[in-house]
Design a protein around this ligand. Structure first.
Ligand code: 4NP
Length: 157
């Protein structure tokens, strides 16, 4: 099983959108049996809460299931057990490494670092910008490249 964890600050806007979109992408490629996909927050404000309505409406617009998305906070156990820990921006990466005391740095990545064509490497936080469409667009690009990277590493397809 290839275990992928998406991480943001609140786990109600960007990382649950990434989780749902990546699940959808992996399913479309017929690879769902090979993956375990989850998301988590570095903060503790939204534990047990559903995603932000902006994230839910974007997922609905693009016909992507939002089943099972509930806020939770990352643990050091997650950093041990997941194979790819994917933050949305630079501050997520520092917060993840603070939880793990620096462990897992070799498997912790910022999503848009998988895109050589984009100058900006942080996914802006729509909780503050209100622009969930921009988040969807950047996640689509980053997730497609992440999946290509994982497929190459694991000799899939
Ligand atoms: P996210 O956005 O990290 O993309 O889920 C946020 C959601 C909530 C808060 C901050 C960012 N908050 O401060 O409650």
């Amino acid at each position: 099983m290839i275990k992928v964890l998406f991480v943001c600050l609140g786990n109600i806007c960007r990382s649950p959108m990434a989780e749902a979109m990546f699940r959808d992408l992996v399913k479309k490629e017929g690879l769902e049996a090979k993956f375990e996909i989850d998301s988590a927050a570095t903060g503790d404000w939204h534990i047990g809460k559903p995603p932000h309505k902006g994230t839910l409406s974007i997922l609905d617009k693009y016909r992507i299931s939002s089943d099972g998305l509930l806020g939770r906070q990352i643990t050091s156990g997650d950093i041990e057990s997941f194979d790819y820990i994917i933050g949305m921006d630079e501050s997520n990466i520092s917060n993840i490494l603070a939880v793990s005391g620096g462990q897992g740095a070799e498997k912790t990545f910022r999503l848009l670092d998988f895109r050589e064509d984009l100058a900006k490497k942080d996914v802006p936080d729509p909780y503050y910008t209100g622009d969930f469409e921009e988040t969807y667009d950047l996640l689509s690009k980053g997730l497609a490249s992440l999946l290509e990277h994982i497929k190459k590493q694991h000799n899939l397809g």
